[in-house]
Write a protein that binds this ligand. Structure first.
Ligand code: R5P
Length: 310
């Protein structure tokens, strides 16, 4: 069997270090540099001929993160790695997944094409903006769920009369799955986006009064959706509002908005995203062990779906 080697780009080195530690390995030696004009240069410092290579790198902005991943894949292919898996904890550019207005790009598909063209044999990611994005790839795609980690955390909290809220219609399936696992009710917040990064609540569907509510979303970016939802739910009579999001993108003043909102009591996030923010309300739960286990199972050709069956 070929050797398992894990390397990392620079988008979230801490998570990659923790994945490697969980595997009981060190990260493979790679040098990544920028020329003075910013152009990227990558070199594998060890022989990777014939290895089963896992490259950990998320594709959030700036687009250098994506470029770094593509160059790492290209260099690995040219260095004769046997199999290359792009491990993308946070799949950035996924929100542009359809032509929702004329003359726009479908960036999620573009990135799928670029990864495949660069030489990726497989892709692994977590909580995609929409799961059907997997279909944009003609190579195997392993989709991991942060719920594997979150459910244990939520079960240890003392929620009363719990309901799970989806902040939009697209998130109902995920919210329902959490509701089922936690034996909770379901609430849907009907949201309108007058412009990108703006969110208006039109309607709340479901019973909210005197309930503890967990708003489940794949990501919090500017925090507008989440904080508006939390405030809408609180106004509608919710007892306590908690957030749960896989990818803590937290751009602009997101953390400030969360900290300042009296409607928000807590937010649980994973470490797919690295930020230097600080907040007493935000609790980070690592998905490093989950990625490590999925990498090991991919290497051993054993089932990944059984990871999510508990
Ligand atoms: C939207 O469909 C996503 O699931 C998130 O709700 C959204 O991207 C969050 O963005 P923001 O925090 O900027 O409102």
């Amino acid at each position: 069997m070929s050797e398992l080697v894990v390397v990392s780009g620079r988008s979230n080195r801490l998570l990659a270090d923790n994945v490697a530690a969980s595997l009981g390995k060190r990260l493979g030696a790679v040098t990544i540099r920028n020329f003075s004009d910013g152009e990227l240069w990558v070199k594998y410092e060890e022989n990777i001929r014939g290895v089963d290579l896992f490259i950990i790198q998320s594709t959030q902005a700036p687009s250098d993160n994506l470029m770094e991943l593509l160059i790492l894949i290209d260099a690995a292919r040219r260095a004769s790695a046997k199999r290359i898996t792009a491990v993308i904890p946070y799949f950035g550019y996924a929100r542009q997944d359809r032509k929702d207005q004329p003359r726009v790009s479908i960036t999620a598909k573009l990135i799928a094409n670029l990864l495949t063209e660069a030489g990726a044999d497989r892709v692994m990611s977590m909580d995609l903006h929409t799961p059907q994005l997997q279909g944009f790839f003609d190579i195997p795609f392993d989709h991991l769920y942060a719920s594997t980690v979150f459910i244990k955390v939520l079960r240890s909290q003392n929620f009363e009369n719990l309901a799970i809220a989806s902040p939009d219609v697209g998130g109902i399936k995920t919210a329902r799955s959490y509701a089922k696992k936690l034996d909770a009710g379901l609430v849907v917040v009907d949201k309108r986006r007058p412009a990108p990064n703006q969110a208006e609540i039109v309607n709340i569907i479901g019973e909210v009064e005197n309930r503890d509510i967990i708003i489940v979303d794949d990501l919090i970016d500017t925090g507008t959706t989440f904080v508006n939802c939390a405030e809408g739910l609180k106004k509608a009579g919710a007892r306590r509002v908690v957030g749960l999001c896989s990818h803590a993108v937290f751009s602009g003043s997101a953390v400030e908005k969360i900290n300042q909102s009296e409607a928000v009591s807590k937010v649980f996030v994973t470490d797919t995203f690295r930020g230097d923010w600080k907040s007493d309300k935000i609790e980070v739960h690592s998905v490093a062990d989950l990625f490590a286990e999925a990498i090991l199972r991919t290497h051993d050709n054993s089932s990944i779906s059984s990871l999510f069956e508990s």
